[in-house]
Design a protein around this ligand. Sequence first.
Ligand SMILES: [Zn+2]
Length: 162
Amino acid sequence: MNCPVKWRLALMAVIATVIVFAAGAGWAGQEATRSEGQADITAVPHCPICGMDRAKFAHSRMFVTCADGTVLSTCSLHCAAVDLATRLGSAPASIQVGDYTGRPIDAREAYLVLGSDVFGPMGKELIPFDSQAAAREFNRDHHGTRVVRWAEIRPTLLERLR
Ligand SMILES: [Zn+2]
């Protein structure tokens, strides 16, 4: 049993746009601190796509649970897209992303900061938070361009990251 195709296509569109803007961006060397809820890192310490240390990039890691029970654990949206592209028959049932502290949260409920000076393993990233107040504070402190929700992400919006 799979998720609706439109849901999977929306995820792939978001991931594809992030990849475009992540390409060529620098390595920030940001290191998130360990926090609760990181059993996925213990289970899969390194990204199966690029080999990055998922603990070091706990704030950008992704883990996607597919309807068939398959779990994809990667370092970033970039690698999640690569992994999902090879599993077209397994649509996501849930998408979790590490927030800035490394705690896993539902990507669809997250407040995402665009254009900040904090980078992920593959370059520019959306930096997720579980509260709007925290996202706004981070946006101000780290020179972000705006705070958006998952459903608001469009290619035209991401062009502002350049
Ligand atoms: Zn990776």
